[in-house]
Design a protein around this ligand. Structure first.
Ligand SMILES: NC(=O)c1ccc[n+]([C@@H]2O[C@H](COP(=O)([O-])OP(=O)(O)OC[C@H]3O[C@@H](n4cnc5c(N)ncnc54)[C@H](OP(=O)(O)O)[C@@H]3O)[C@@H](O)[C@H]2O)c1
Length: 260
C-alpha cells in the first residue's frame, strides 16, 4: 500500500495551509472536509504546482463512521496513512448556558471524538511507514476558557491526549506533535460568532507560518509546538505566574469584548 497524508479541515484556513506545506515537501495527500468544491480547488492548485493529485474526501467528520469510511476509501485506492493531520475543528464564543447545546456538543464530536478516532484508527500503518500524527489544539488548550467553555475544554483534551500518545507511540516509531496556535485570521472567527476585524497583535500569525511551524515540529519529533514568541510566553508563563482566579476573570472579559 502506498503512503498518504490525511489532512482534515483542508478546505480552509490552517488546514489548507498545512496541505500546501505537506504537498510542497513531496507528501501524497488525502484532503478531508465537507465542502468538496473547495477541496477540489485546492487539489487543482496542488496539481498545478507539479505535485501528485490529492485525493478529495468530502465527509462530515462528526459522523461516528467517518474514520472507517476514510480508511475504506484509501484502501480502495491502494493507499494507507503515513501521517494524520487532525486539524478540522471549530469553537463557539459565548456563555455555555446561552449557546445552543447541540452545537456545543458538535464541537466535542469534531474536536475530540473525531480527532481521537482518527488518531487511533491507523496506528499500524503509521508505524509501518514511520510516520506520525499532527493534532491541532490551540493556546486555548493551555489556559482556562470562560466565554468559550466547551471549545477551550475540547482543546485541553487535545493537548492532554496528544501528550500521552507522544509518549505511548514513541516506542513504535510514531511521532505525535500537538500544534497550539494563537489567533489566526481564518474562517474560525465567523464560525465562532465573533466580529473581530483583525486577531489581536502581537499574538496573531498568518496560517502559512503556523503550518510551517507545525510541519517542522512534527518532522523533528517535537511533543508540542506553539508558534510565535508572544504565544510561547503566554503558554509557558500565564498558567504558572497568574493566579487562576485572575486568569479566569481576564479571559472572561476578553471573550465578552469579542462579542461586542
Ligand atoms: N483560527 C484560529 O485563531 C485558531 C487558533 C488556534 C487553533 N485553531 C484551530 O485550528 C484548526 C483549524 O481552524 P481554522 O482556524 O483553519 O478554521 P476554519 O478556517 O474555519 O477551518 C476549519 C476547517 O474544519 C473543517 N470542518 C469543520 N467542521 C467539519 C466537519 N463537521 N467535518 C469535516 N470538516 C469540518 C472545515 O471544513 P468544511 O466546513 O468544509 O467541512 C474547515 O476546513 C481548528 O482545530 C481550530 O480550533 C484555530
Amino acid at each position: 500500500m502506498n503512503p498518504v497524508t490525511i489532512v482534515t479541515g483542508a478546505s480552509s484556513g490552517i488546514g489548507e495551509a498545512l496541505a500546501r506545506v505537506f504537498a510542497g515537501r513531496g507528501h501524497a495527500l488525502a484532503l478531508v472536509a465537507r465542502r468538496e468544491q473547495r477541496l477540489k480547488a485546492l487539489a487543482a492548485e496542488i496539481v498545478a504546482s507539479g505535485a501528485p493529485e490529492p485525493l478529495v474526501l468530502a465527509i462530515d467528520l462528526t459522523l461516528p463512521t467517518a474514520a472507517a469510511w476514510i480508511g475504506n476509501a484509501l484502501a480502495a485506492r491502494g493507499l494507507e496513512p503515513q501521517y494524520v493531520v487532525n486539524n478540522a475543528g471549530f469553537g463557539l464564543v459565548g456563555r455555555a448556558d446561552a449557546l445552543d447545546r447541540d452545537e456545543q456538543l458538535a464541537t466535542i464530536d469534531l474536536n475530540m471524538r473525531a480527532l481521537a478516532d482518527l488518531s487511533l484508527a491507523f496506528v499500524d500503518s503509521l508505524a509501518r511507514h514511520r510516520g506520525g500524527i499532527l493534532n491541532v489544539a490551540s493556546v486555548a488548550g493551555l489556559i482556562p476558557g470562560p466565554g468559550s467553555a466547551v471549545y477551550y475544554a475540547s482543546k485541553a483534551f487535545v493537548v492532554s491526549f496528544s501528550d500521552a500518545l507522544h509518549a505511548e507511540l514513541a516506542p513504535r516509531g510514531i511521532r505525535v506533535t500537538c500544534l497550539c496556535p494563537g489567533p489566526v485570521a481564518t474562517g474560525f472567527q465567523a464560525r465562532a460568532g465573533v466580529a473581530e476585524a483583525e486577531p489581536p497583535r502581537p499574538f496573531a500569525l498568518p496560517a502559512d507560518r503556523v503550518a510551517r511551524a507545525g510541519y517542522r515540529g512534527l518532522m523533528r519529533g517535537r511533543r508540542m509546538v506553539v508558534p510565535g514568541i508572544a504565544n510561547k510566553i503566554v503558554a509557558a508563563l500565564a498558567p504558572r505566574i497568574v493566579p487562576r482566579e485572575t486568569l479566569l476573570a481576564m479571559l472572561e472579559a476578553r471573550q465578552a469584548r469579542r462579542l461586542t
